[in-house]
Design a protein around this ligand. Sequence first.
Ligand code: SF4
Length: 325
Amino acid sequence: MSVQRVLSVSSVRLAVSCAAVLMNITPPAEGRQGTGVGSFRDLTGVFATPNLNCVIPVSYSRDMPLETLSPSRASDFKQCPQLFKFRSIDRIPEPVTIYQARGTTAHLALQDLYDFSPEQRTPEALFDLFRKAWTDLRATDEYADLFATDEEERSWGIESLELLANYFAIENPVEVAPLEREMDMLEDLGGITIRGILDRIDELPDGDLVITDYKTGKAPPERFALSAFFALKIYALLIRHKTGRSPVEVRLLYLNGPTLYRLPISEGHLNGMEQQLRALWAAIDRAIDTGSFPPRPGPLCDWCSFQDRCPAFAVEADQPLASSA
Ligand code: SF4
């Protein structure tokens, strides 16, 4: 199975300026109000009800066997069983970061863009949807204190809009016809129950189904991209189970880059994924049973919010310091 990198633009700035020329984006202007990348101060007013349906409840604990599993939590266990334990068993809250806030807000904006008719799906419309979604989110307790100053928030907002402008360098929303967006899925795959929210599924003119996942983080290098498709392959499996139709391709759309990775999917891949998922489910069940969730340190530890309580790092901290002669 090989991943195809379809598009990669090395500079976000380049993508913004190209999109600005091609799509007639209003150029950044300090203090402007209204549309355009440079304006990010429209944070008041009456807006639509926020869609905060992004948190998937988990239903397992030390005393209960595994009942449902989401693709994200399955990825956690695969990456590091200890991380899975912190998140899913101990349920230790993680601080919201500006990157998560950007991801959540961008997802809401991209989802809502497809409420519009094709000709209305412009960069300005997407930027306005982002502002609106953020205005709703920042009114919630979770996000209220994310920024110390208005200036920090404004810089974050402008960077976010620059990132969103990249979307138009990856695909033309006029030509996209989503079948479903933010699809809440709960499927029993013969004894294992998987739950997750799928960003988007499209039906191409020839009837083929394609799944797309939006990413606001940095795209991995091509040689490491295959593992990033783990969750999407699970979603493809859920779609096959739910509809009887197998998606032919899964796509990771990285706004930061921008980069589009495409992975063709076959029945064989989906069968293999189902076996892998069953094995993972059994491993999680055993771990819950025995209470054994070994840490698996790796490059992603740098971004793990549990490092200060992780046994892998506690061992290092307990080592006697080398004396300086
Ligand atoms: S710091 Fe690393 S080893 Fe520890 S829980 Fe996080 S990902 Fe796992």
